[in-house]
Design a protein around this ligand. Structure first.
Ligand SMILES: Nc1ncnc2c1ncn2[C@@H]1O[C@H](COP(=O)(O)OP(=O)(O)OP(=O)(O)O)[C@@H](O)[C@H]1O
Ligand SMILES: [Mg+2]
Length: 351
């Protein structure tokens, strides 16, 4: 929030009206290939030095947005400006400046760390690509990076498989930090870790942010994790941003009927990637489908929303500001905003 006379805070990430589709597989031999609308008209803002949490059930489109920011998929429509680069304008390989400025950490560091490299080689590689350092300077920088993520020189000659899950994620974070990024996309960075290790890693990310002013796009399915790790939160459902705003307001006093349901339903919708392949449950909400078909243009939550009206099938609502901060995309906004506010519990901004 800015006060009069101050310059508005700078956004390190701006996503505007983003649409991303995938060609789906054929359901039946005789049917045509379906189109999966993974992201429909999403807009996001992330201020420098802050964390935006992106939360929602499995398949809601969180990873698809993260990958678009990283230029790992191509939007059908919309704009993405990350660290000053118009990502959606790139044709071919992104410029080196962008590759330095925007980094990523994924859920499974074993997948992103070369198994045949020792930690010191893993960390030296980005330094070699992006900076003109001699061998001695590079060694010093590698030690500095390890220290920054709470590891020691004892880990220099380890291979990824010799490390614990938490230590591997620390190495993945150090590798991302090696090039001095402005923005790090963290896609389920703690989902594979034990709860006690999860908070260590979140605290580490927090310390790094404080020291270096880095911004995070923090993707997670776990509401408690997102709440703890984020300044702002955006809630997704079937490709749409349903609600967004300050983490303490969204998590402590959710306004959108979907968000309320998500928070009531609670704790932990399990991401698809962590479920047994057979019988993946797509939705973890208690409210049953009510026999209303969602329309492509309409609100996707119409199938289970207790407040739906005929209007909800006609289009997707323009977001309405919430007095306590942020906004909701709901045709029933005037009704839901009249209900009493629920008291908030502490989040990242309150600490
Ligand atoms: N490469 C792809 N090809 C086809 N469909 C895809 C592809 N990637 C994602 N999808 C589909 O797009 C939708 C959004 O997927 P996405 O992985 O972004 O969800 P998510 O919110 O990250 O879910 P999770 O919590 O399980 O990680 C899903 O319906 C998914 O099946
Ligand atoms: Mg995902």
């Amino acid at each position: 929030m800015t006060t009069k006379g101050q310059a508005p805070p700078e956004n390190v990430l701006e996503v505007d009206d983003l649409w991303i589709e995938f060609r789906g597989g054929r359901r039946r031999a005789w049917s045509s290939r379906s189109v999966v609308r993974a992201v429909s008209g999403a807009s996001l803002r992330l201020e420098r030095g802050r964390t935006l949490g992106l939360v929602g059930e499995s398949g809601s489109g969180k990873t698809t947005i993260g990958r678009a920011v990283l230029r790992l998929n191509t939007p059908k429509q919309g704009s993405i400006t990350a660290a000053g680069f118009r990502v959606d304008h790139f044709r071919g390989a992104p410029p080196a400046g962008y590759r330095r400025a925007v980094q990523a950490v994924f859920q499974d560091p074993l997948g992103s760390l070369d198994p045949l490299m020792e930690v010191r080689q893993i960390l030296a590689e980005p330094l070699r690509i992006h900076f003109d350092l001699d061998a001695g300077q590079r060694r010093a920088r590698v030690r500095e990076l390890l220290e920054m993520v709470g590891l020691s020189s004892a880990h220099l000659t380890r291979y990824p498989y010799e490390l614990s899950g938490g230590q591997r994620q620390r190495v993945a974070i150090a590798k991302a930090l090696a090039v001095d990024p402005q923005l790090v996309v963290l896609d389920e960075p703690v989902s594979a870790l034990d709860v006690s290790v999860q908070s260590q890693i979140i605290n580490l990310l927090d310390d790094i942010q404080r020291d270096r002013g880095i911004s995070y796009l923090f993707i997670a399915h776990d509401l408690a994790v997102v709440r703890h790790a984020s300044h702002e939160v955006a809630v997704m459902y079937r490709g749409r941003i349903m609600e967004s705003g300050p983490a303490d307001r969204v998590c402590g006093s959710p306004r959108h009927p979907y968000t309320r349901l998500l928070f009531d339903a609670a704790p932990n919708p399990v991401p698809r990637s962590m479920r047994p392949a057979h019988r993946a449950r797509r939705f973890d909400l208690p409210l049953p489908e009510i026999g209303v078909d969602p329309t492509p243009a309409g609100c996707p939550f119409i199938t289970r929303c207790p407040l739906r009206t005929a209007e909800c099938a006609t289009g997707f609502p323009t977001p309405t500001p919430v007095p306590a901060g942020g906004e909701i995309a709901c045709f029933a906004a005037d009704r839901v905003l009249k209900t009493t506010e629920i008291p908030t519990a502490p989040t990242k901004d309150a600490t």
